[in-house]
Design a protein around this ligand. Structure first.
Ligand SMILES: Nc1nc2c([nH]c(=O)n2[C@@H]2O[C@H](COP(=O)(O)OP(=O)(O)OP(=O)(O)O)[C@@H](O)[C@H]2O)c(=O)[nH]1
Length: 156
């Protein structure tokens, strides 16, 4: 998909109406044994029950890292260490055009608490939980590329 940056700060698809881009900070929490954390979207949200990496929308004036630190505190009750942007991906959903900013997180303090009624699962490739959110699938492909993992990245 091609996108244009227009004067008012909104990006629009060529030939289509302008849609605001929602920036989202997403954390890929990694364990030393190569497993990563997936959480399910809470009841009542769009795509409820789908599995994703934890995170959420940037608030006004926040950097990706600041938003991720706040979101993971709010959702999981943990305080993350330093993190850096890993990959960025634009996803065009019917409900929103989202720019996902994925950050790997290797260090955090605190015990995981599911504060929004979500479920969690430490997963390796291939991911066993289903269904996985469409915007989350590219991350599994990137992880597979890094790990020289061949075969399906997820079931279902
Ligand atoms: N956290 C997270 N969000 C993702 C991933 N992949 C992906 O497409 N998204 C999308 O990014 C947006 C995340 O926003 P969010 O979770 O803060 O917000 P939401 O849509 O639940 O709405 P709300 O917080 O306003 O109730 C959603 O549109 C979600 O579908 C992912 O791996 N993690």
């Amino acid at each position: 998909m091609s996108d244009l940056l227009v004067a008012d700060g909104e990006r629009q698809r060529e030939g289509g109406p302008a849609r605001p881009v929602v920036d989202v900070a997403v954390g890929v929490l990694m364990q030393a044994d190569s497993r990563f954390l997936l959480t399910s979207r809470p009841p009542g949200k769009v795509y409820a029950g789908y599995w994703e990496f934890p995170g959420g929308k940037l608030e006004a004036g926040e950097t990706v890292e600041q938003a991720l630190r706040r979101e993971l505190q709010e959702e999981l009750g943990i305080t993350i260490g330093d993190t850096q942007l890993w990959k960025t991906q634009m996803v065009d959903y019917p409900h929103a055009l989202v720019q996902l900013h994925f950050c790997k997180v290797w260090a955090w303090q605190g015990e995981l608490q599911m504060r929004e009624g979500q479920s969690h699962a430490w997963q390796d490739l291939p991911v066993q939980v289903v269904p996985v959110l469409p915007g989350t699938l590219p991350v599994l492909t990137w992880l597979a590329q890094e790990r020289l993992f061949e075969g399906d990245t997820h079931t279902g």
